[in-house]
Unconditional design. Structure first.
Length: 523
């Protein structure tokens, strides 16, 4: 017994400085203010609030570690296992879950139920997430959170998580242009904002609620606030750019994603040396999009080189593989370098079966490159690949991305028809692709399509000598995707050829503004 006591004393002496060091490190974190009362052991409340703050900023890996540490400190703290389960439930990320995430989530939910909780409120939280993992049904989870919120009207965290489930519901309906669920969620968040101005989830989820062209101006204040509330979370530094992109604010988008990419890279270097952070790749995709609108092609070339050199990613994540495919495709297509686009290759070392919609972007860029470069026969091969990817997505019951790939297929076939001299067929096909794209909202994973199809329709109308119609299509495209360099340039040319000198001057002026020397982006 004396030996055991001596060992325990030594262990306590060793652990105490470590705990103090962790607490000192966490003291300098800026994650926002969260209050989620729990009934677990004394000394766990502050750590739990921190873990929930990480969860609200989608710092899922860090949050999972934090909740697990709490469960280790208090084996009777079932709500800590709720937290672990929540870190593997990603309500606004597209499916599929990685097998590892799903397995961890199921195990944590089962552990939470087995351990239980001291209060009915905590048991209700556990039941909600356990219901999701049992049924794989986000709507069942939403119903549970609605009931929890009604039962505990003073629990603002319940309202916030319920609001997030509504955002998720709205995002699962990409053709619903009424945004009913997003607006309902935003009403919840706005009702809590005055009382919790530093809550990371409120500003974060307001951005997701309004991440649509018609609604984006409503989230501008939240976008500016979120990066200040939780600057220790790389995702919080990136997330404002969702709104900046919607509004064509390229300098703000660039600044936001430089800071996010750097923070994520430093974080991965600590936890996963030798890997590329998926958050960095996600930020790079937004950076690429914004740099290209400012004509800063040399900076994009550096990003392309860095992406092509990626050997492994810190976490298997859809945003990483999307960026790996999107960045080289954007670089070639936006610059109209058709030979470069046609020469793109699909990397054989990545899990495209789970992320087929990302793989499709390479085939799309190649098809555009070949068709626009005068090789329609070669382009047809890539269109066949697009058709195969679309079928794979349909087999996976992923209708949204199957439709997105079908947009790419139709647009590619339109350029093939144009290259073969079938102009009317080309225009009909491109209009069909544009209408289908307009019927859906973009996924949050992307700053925008490789090239908006209605912008391509304007280009095709210019090529077929219909400048007035081309101008109309460019202007429609700019409504949904504002301040794009190629759309503004095309609108200027179309207006000039249509004889509208006033509009031509306006659009040429806007192009000049985009290409002006870059301003100082940081204080």
């Amino acid at each position: 017994m004396k030996t055991i006591a001596a060992v325990a004393l030594v262990a306590a002496c060793l652990i105490a400085p470590l705990v103090q060091a962790q607490e000192h490190e966490h003291h300098h974190e800026m994650l926002g203010s969260v209050s989620f009362p729990i009934s677990c052991a004394s000394g766990t409340q502050e750590a739990f609030n921190r873990a929930v703050a990480l969860l609200h900023s989608f710092a899922y890996e860090d949050a999972e570690h934090a909740f697990t540490e709490i469960a280790t400190r208090d084996p009777k703290c079932g709500i800590a296992w709720w937290g672990v389960a929540m870190t593997n439930y990603h309500p606004v990320w597209p499916s599929p879950y990685s097998p590892a995430e799903l397995a961890r989530g199921i195990a944590a939910a089962q552990k939470a139920e087995a351990v239980g909780a001291k209060t009915p409120r905590e048991r209700a939280y556990i039941d909600a997430i356990a219901t999701f993992y049992r049924d794989k049904n986000a709507r069942a989870y939403e119903d549970k959170m609605a009931a929890l919120t009604a039962a505990y009207p003073d629990d603002d965290e319940a309202a916030i998580f319920y609001g997030l489930s509504l955002v998720s519901h709205g995002m699962s309906m990409p053709t619903d242009k009424t945004y009913t669920y997003q607006k309902k969620a935003a009403a919840i968040f706005n009702s809590l904002l005055a009382e919790h101005p530093d809550h990371p989830g409120i500003s974060h989820y307001l951005i997701h609620s309004f991440d649509y062209p018609a609604l984006a101006p409503l989230a501008l204040n939240a976008a500016y606030a979120y990066a200040k509330i939780a600057p220790s979370a790389p995702h919080a530094l990136h997330m404002p750019s969702h709104i900046f992109v919607r509004l064509g604010m390229w300098d703000q988008t660039i600044d936001s994603n430089i800071r996010s990419a750097d923070a994520a890279k430093a974080h991965a270097a600590d936890l996963h040396p030798g890997t590329m952070a998926f958050n960095t790749l996600h930020a790079y995709d937004y950076l690429t999009y914004a740099y290209l609108q400012r004509g800063e092609d040399a900076k994009v070339r550096k990003l392309v080189d860095e992406v092509l050199a990626v050997k492994s990613v810190d976490t298997e994540n859809f945003a990483a593989y999307y960026a790996i495919a999107a960045i080289p495709a954007r670089y070639a297509v936006e610059r109209h370098k058709w030979d470069e686009a046609a020469a793109l290759t699909v990397r054989p070392d990545l899990p495209w079966d789970r992320y087929a919609y990302a793989e499709a972007m390479t085939y799309f860029a190649r098809a555009l490159g070949a068709a626009r470069g005068g090789n329609p026969a070669r382009a047809r091969t890539d269109v066949e690949h697009l058709a195969a990817v679309r079928q794979k997505l349909l087999d996976q019951h992923n209708q949204y991305w199957a439709d997105q790939v079908d947009v790419q297929r139709r647009a590619s076939e339109a350029w093939i028809a144009f290259a073969e001299g079938h102009r009317d067929e080309a225009l009909t096909g491109m209009r069909s692709a544009a209408d289908l794209e307009d019927s859906m909202d973009k996924s949050p994973v992307t700053p925008g399509a490789i090239v908006p199809v209605r912008e391509m329709l304007g280009e095709l109308l210019l090529e077929t000598n219909h400048p007035a119609d081309a101008l109309s299509e460019y202007e429609k495209s700019l409504t949904e995707s504002p301040n794009r360099l190629n759309a503004l340039t095309g609108a200027a040319r179309a207006a000039q050829l249509a004889g509208d000198r006033t509009k031509a001057a306006t659009y040429y002026g806007r192009v000049a503004g985009l290409l002006s020397p870059e301003p100082l982006r940081r204080p």
